[in-house]
Design a protein around this ligand. Structure first.
Ligand SMILES: [Zn+2]
Length: 267
């Protein structure tokens, strides 16, 4: 009975995972998504719009574009002129609330838009809330556009962060923009707090982005398993060993901090 209790406890502890930013598993229906920045001047952010665009580009490159099992590619967009509502309006008309009634005045027509914003209720009236993200343009399970608002109120905590901390914060918000929710484990970029100190993705982050944007497998030539001249048990063991070896190599790569790249196809 004691063993059974321990096993159940361990199974419970291991059932964590990524979550999604909506209840329908929505994602962009294209592999290249641009990150644009609103061109208006930010009052209290301490950086220019062009610097904000560069930080966002770096966030995509350093975090999400390195997952070789994900097909998503985040690209530097442009500075774009948008309505004043993006600078001063509410992202959700019912904010603050756990669910969001999308403000139609702030709907993003396509891709990801980052805008500094001074409406305090977007940030729960707190300077320590760095940003809020709402995918706010959907067609069924497809995200057409997503909005990231950065807290531009006086005494906001974003302006005091170091450069890499700002990159990590933007990478977290971009994760929400492409469809991810929070992870329950603090080793992940998508954990709900202390994200500024993250330097790499965690396993929940990798699993989540791979789930939403899987790399398609080739249809011919690859993926066949040759069992000739092997008993069924030996063949199965080889397959399992190969799978474990592949997993071990993948984990070593990530722990060493190396960039992941798509391996050459030998089939
Ligand atoms: Zn978050």
């Amino acid at each position: 009975m004691g063993r059974l209790t321990l096993l159940l406890f361990l199974m419970t502890k291991l059932t964590y995972g990524f979550t999604l930013n909506n209840n329908i598993g929505a994602a962009f229906d294209k592999e290249e998504v641009s990150i644009n920045v609103a061109a208006h001047t930010c009052a209290n952010l301490g950086i220019t719009n062009d610097e904000l665009l560069s930080l966002a580009e770096e966030a995509g490159e350093l975090f999400w574009n390195r997952v070789h099992t994900s097909s998503l590619i985040l690209k530097r967009g442009a500075l774009v002129s948008v309505a004043t509502a993006f600078q001063t309006g509410k992202a959700c008309t019912n904010a603050p609330a756990s669910s969001c009634d999308i403000n139609s005045a702030l709907v993003v027509s396509s891709d990801i838009l980052i805008s500094c914003n001074t409406e305090p209720t977007n940030f729960s009236n707190s300077p320590s809330v760095l940003g809020v993200t709402v995918p706010n343009n959907f067609s069924g399970r497809t995200i057409n556009g997503a909005l990231i608002l950065v807290n531009d109120n006086g005494s906001n905590s974003f302006q005091g962060l170091g450069r890499q901390e700002k990159v990590a914060v933007l990478a977290h918000e971009i994760g929400h923009a492409v469809g991810l929710g929070h992870s329950s484990l603090d080793k992940n970029l998508m954990y709900f707090q202390s994200v500024a100190t993250r330097e790499t993705l965690g396993w929940d982050d990798v699993d989540g982005i791979t789930y939403l944007y899987p790399v398609e497998q080739p249809l011919s030539g690859c993926g066949t398993i040759e069992l000739q001249d092997q008993g069924p048990e030996k063949g199965l063991l080889t397959l399992i060993f190969g799978l474990l070896l592949a997993l071990a190599i993948g984990r070593t790569w990530q722990k060493s901090g190396r960039a992941w790249s798509t391996p050459a196809r030998n089939c």
